[in-house]
Design a protein around this ligand. Structure first.
Ligand SMILES: Cc1cc2nc3c(=O)[nH]c(=O)nc-3n(C[C@H](O)[C@H](O)[C@H](O)COP(=O)(O)OP(=O)(O)OC[C@H]3O[C@@H](n4cnc5c(N)ncnc54)[C@H](O)[C@@H]3O)c2cc1C
Length: 266
């Protein structure tokens, strides 16, 4: 292993300054992606900037219009929100990996990494959340840009994710049986006057299925998808699933997510 420095930043300003001072510095959240990638030689940071002591990043607040989840909030904390105003989000967080990963992994780390097989990007896009950074707010439709890529600048830090309240929301994933990662997943959110459908695992980056959103806008039920066929053309084709199998799974994952939609208490 190569030599590196480790600093526990005590403020957002310090983390920002350190990140800007070294192009090979990396933010450390729960380490649940960064450290395995490091072990596999996929990165080699010269400086690790640990975010765990920064005040406010682990805050989670539930308001009448939605939920704000600090970047360092662990998946297990979000999983416990199931009786609050964020049942769809909690449903998703419950299914991430295993208890060890859920107690260390964070929402900020997950969406900054933007793995196509990760769960959180589907909730962020499906619920039309806003990503709050040390500099600005980024709308979900602009945040996830490509494979492992986001709209974040190199020295930008996620502070929190603000989820508006949906009337109902549900998530379903066909999980890889070995890792728990998503083969195909669907997050469906009903806002009363419109529906959003986000698909993860299927392409190089999470995306909205706008054809399906139109189909569901008048009839938000699995029956509305009876004749819905997805073309395999731009879908992932790998050792876990072929593109045509993923195409077959998408309408079924959406239908199962609709079936799991939970009312949000008012
Ligand atoms: C065995 C195993 C199984 C898993 N299964 C699943 C699964 O089923 N579904 C799933 O979604 N995920 C899964 N994961 C990943 C897990 O959810 C991680 O929590 C997640 O990928 C991010 O890890 P982390 O929060 O620990 O971030 P880290 O690993 O610490 O960081 C990840 C990346 O994000 C950057 N970063 C961290 N915080 C910030 C921030 N605030 N602002 C900007 N950049 C930041 C880091 O610099 C790094 O590049 C699994 C992981 C493991 C080890």
């Amino acid at each position: 292993m190569h030599a590196f420095d480790y600093i526990r930043a005590s403020s957002l300003a310090e983390a920002e300054r350190l990140l800007g001072s070294d192009p090979d510095a990396k933010l450390l959240a729960g380490g649940q992606t960064l450290l395995p990638a490091w072990k596999h030689g996929l990165n080699a940071p010269s400086l690790l900037i640990d975010l765990q002591d920064i005040a406010g990043l682990s805050d989670l607040s539930i308001g009448h219009d939605g939920v704000t989840v600090g970047a360092m909030v662990r998946h297990a904390q979000v999983a416990r929100l199931k009786d609050s105003g964020a049942a769809g989000l909690a449903m998703l967080a419950c299914g991430i990996a295993d208890p060890q990963v859920r107690n260390l992994g964070t929402i900020g780390g997950s969406i900054a990494n933007n793995d196509p097989a990760a769960d959180y990007p589907a909730a962020v896009l499906g619920l039309d959340a806003r990503v709050i950074t040390n500099r600005r707010e980024i709308a979900s439709d602009r945040f996830f840009t490509d494979l492992f890529s986001t709209a974040l600048e190199p020295d930008e830090i996620i502070v929190a994710v603000r989820f508006p309240k949906a009337r109902r929301a549900g998530y379903f994933k066909v999980a890889n049986p070995a890792s728990g990662y998503v083969t195909v997943g669907a997050f469906v959110a009903d806002f009363g006057d419109h529906v959003r459908v986000a698909i993860n695992g299927a392409r190089t980056c999470v995306y909205r299925d706008k054809t399906c959103e139109r189909l569901l806008s008048d009839n938000l039920s699995a029956a509305a998808l009876r004749d819905y066929i997805v073309a395999p053309d731009d879908l992932n084709d790998d050792m876990h699933a072929s593109a045509s199998y993923r195409a077959h799974l998408i309408p079924r994952a959406i239908a199962r997510a609709i079936g799991r939609m939970t009312e949000t208490p008012s």
